[in-house]
Design a protein around this ligand. Structure first.
Ligand code: DHB
Length: 389
């Protein structure tokens, strides 16, 4: 008799527990944020994590009467880990959306999980053109390499630069940048004397810079991923390429705002094109840079931070429209969003799910004792030109 009562009590308690956790689950919307927080690309993770936290601090974490909860996971930049973490977030944590993805191979590895589980996947950092074609559930809030390379390639043509060498990291975004730059050069009557590809991990630029020097181009066009630009610039200066009259042209990844200020005079005058500079002269950006610095010991936001901040905007506004639902309802609510970002106006193209944005031409200048990418020209509302169809 006693035993039966106890069992009943236990059963009721268990049910109560289930109801309590069901209520709790109903009350929160989970975002699975997978980033390289350690390893060689930790600066990307640090920037995006800080931006996501800032967005929620500024705009609140309540959507459709529920609390937004971000589950941050560190993949250390290893694709197998990204895939495993994304799987766990979908199956165990039942996240409404996956987000982050610091490098192309990490986004590629996760795309099938988004498709199979019908979970929207917001790519905040990885920038190879074809990523959005890997799953109909992928939306991109950052940029693509073909998109940002156009600007500096057009600048080269306008400035009568005819002979160039390209030097890129040997994987998706580098190959996209190389291809776009070359196509534009040839179209504009220029010549590519050599196409150099350097390993992604721990690159030693010295032998490649020697080959650049030997080819005697007017300029070298460079792409390396965020964070790697410091090592590149150091070796560029050590090899004396700046003194040899070879002009450095780059995508903004090389003169990334996270590291630019520590590069020293070698960076002065570098022309790059990109979708975001911390020096972008809009009121919204000034507020963003100030708040980001205040919350992070003076850290300057870079383009990765903005990709994270805007990715949160796309997710939160999407959740408002879907009344807190994930899946296809959220995906559809993310398509076609237009908003003002710290970088300028941004559109999520409803057809491609990719980002359409202005691309700025910038020059590194010292302003009030600090190095900045000062924007001086822009291509308006650039769609990714790299899509296969
Ligand atoms: C990628 C990573 C970067 O850090 C970057 O600046 C551009 C592209 C990528 O892996 O897609």
């Amino acid at each position: 008799m006693k035993k039966r009562v106890l069992l009943q009590v236990a059963a009721v308690a268990l049910m109560g527990g289930c109801i309590a956790s069901a209520v709790h689950a109903e009350d929160t919307i989970k975002i699975g944020l997978v980033l390289p927080m350690t390893g060689p690309f930790a600066s990307t993770g640090r920037q995006i994590d800080a931006a996501v936290k800032l967005y929620l601090a500024q705009y609140g974490d309540k959507v459709a009467g529920k609390r937004v909860e971000v589950l941050l996971k560190d993949d250390a930049g290893v694709a197998d880990t990204t895939r495993r973490l994304a799987q766990e977030l979908v199956v165990n944590d039942k996240v409404a959306v996956l987000a982050g993805f610091g490098l192309t191979p990490l986004a590629f590895a996760t795309a099938p999980i988004a498709t199979q589980s019908k979970t929207p996947m917001v790519v905040m950092a990885a920038a190879t053109s074809s990523i959005t074609e890997r799953s109909p559930f992928i939306v991109r809030s950052g940029f693509t390499l073909p998109q940002v390379t156009l600007g500096v390639a057009e600048w080269a043509a306008k400035n009568k630069i005819k002979k160039v060498v390209t030097l890129v990291s040997d994987y998706g975004p580098g190959i996209d940048a190389e291809k776009t730059f070359k196509e534009r050069m040839l179209l504009n009557g220029g010549q590519v004397l050599a196409e150099l590809r350097v390993p992604v991990a721990n690159p030693d630029f010295a032998p490649f810079l020697q080959r650049v020097r030997d080819a005697q181009p007017e300029a070298v066009f460079v792409f390396v991923p965020s964070g790697v630009g410091s090592a590149f610039m150091k070796q560029f200066a050590e090899r004396g390429l700046d003194k040899a009259g070879i002009r450095l042209l780059a995508t903004g990844d090389v003169v990334d705002d996270d590291i630019l200020n520590n590069m020293g005079d070698v960076a002065l005058g570098v022309i790059s094109s990109h979708h975001y500079s911390a020096a972008h002269p809009s009121a919204l950006n000034k507020k963003f840079v100030e708040a980001f610095g205040k919350a992070n010991n003076g850290m300057r936001p870079n383009f990765m931070g903005v990709g994270g901040y805007d990715g949160m905007h796309v997710i939160v506004e999407g959740l408002k429209a879907s009344k807190g639902a994930g899946g296809e309802a959220l995906l559809n609510a993310m398509k076609g969003q237009i908003f003002e970002s710290p970088r300028g106006q941004v559109l999520i193209d409803a057809q491609t799910r990719d980002v359409v944005q202005d691309v700025y031409i910038r020059k590194v200048e010292r302003v009030n004792g600090q190095l900045w990418n000062v924007e001086f020209d822009a291509l308006k509302a650039v769609k990714d030109p790299g899509k296969s169809k």
